[in-house]
Design a protein around this ligand. Structure first.
Ligand SMILES: [Zn+2]
Length: 243
């Protein structure tokens, strides 16, 4: 039910191509870099972001915060419009919910170790996939953009160096590839192994009720969705017809 497409080229080109394809959602993946002790998760949204982008971004940041025990940066996990505008151009052309991820600091040796490890990459991919499944349960085409990499005019940009080896962009790409794999093999039918029993009945029991002055005075439960219930306004009669 999900398909993932990677967009390349200049950032504006990627976004316009995603618009053309009518992507359901768009994600650009980076890692943050500053000092060795820098420690927080933040998600960038465009200055023109919809409330869906903002709540989705906050939800992703919260999941990262819970999974890796890192504090939330920005305003409850998000920076609208980026760092004084940096990051805004990466998202502002999109016509669909779009977020730019900065889940961990690759300048922080502990966090860089997570980024470089398969276990850490799997966690990052699962958090992202879970957040997409939560916010876009209907599936569709998800657009991915690897930060820094595959730009036309600066083809050698790979972003920040990762403590211990490697680059921000190469690890972001690994995480996005793993996320793609989770999404494209996702089967909602398999998610209900532990579904609550009789969930439908708990939520809705067909019935017909008469209420007088906010008091229930008559309740008829021997009725189901296939019965025909018709109120005859002229004669003030409620007809229930079972077939
Ligand atoms: Zn970056």
């Amino acid at each position: 039910m999900y398909h993932v497409k990677f967009y390349t080229g200049e950032y504006s080109t990627r976004q316009r191509a995603a618009n053309q394809d009518k992507c359901t959602a768009y994600v650009e993946h980076h890692f943050n870099a500053a000092t060795a002790t820098a420690n927080y998760v933040v998600v960038i949204t465009g200055a023109n972001a919809s409330s869906t982008s903002k709540t989705w971004g906050r939800s992703y940041a919260q999941r990262i915060s819970d999974e890796f025990k890192v504090p939330m940066g920005g305003s409850r996990g998000i920076l609208v419009g980026g760092w004084n505008g940096r990051g805004n151009n990466n998202l502002k052309y999109t016509h669909m919910p779009a977020i730019l991820l900065e889940p961990l600091f690759v300048s922080n040796p502990t966090q860089a170790e997570w980024v470089r490890s398969e276990e850490g990459q799997n966690k990052l991919a699962k958090v992202l996939a879970d957040s997409i499944i939560e916010y876009f349960p209907g599936g569709g085409l998800i657009g991915f953009s690897v930060g820094h990499k595959y730009k036309t005019r600066r083809p050698h940009d790979r972003g920040a160096a990762v403590y211990g080896g490697g680059t921000e962009a190469d690890y972001a790409e690994i995480v996005l590839e793993k996320t793609k794999n989770i999404l494209e093999t996702y089967d909602p039918a398999q998610q209900y192994d532990h579904a609550p029993d009789n969930l439908d009945e708990e939520i809705y029991m067909p019935h017909i009720m008469v209420v007088k002055d906010n008091q229930e005075i008559w309740l008829h439960t021997d009725v189901d969705e296939d019965d025909e219930v018709m109120w005859d306004e002229e004669n003030r009669i409620l007809y229930i017809t079972t077939r």
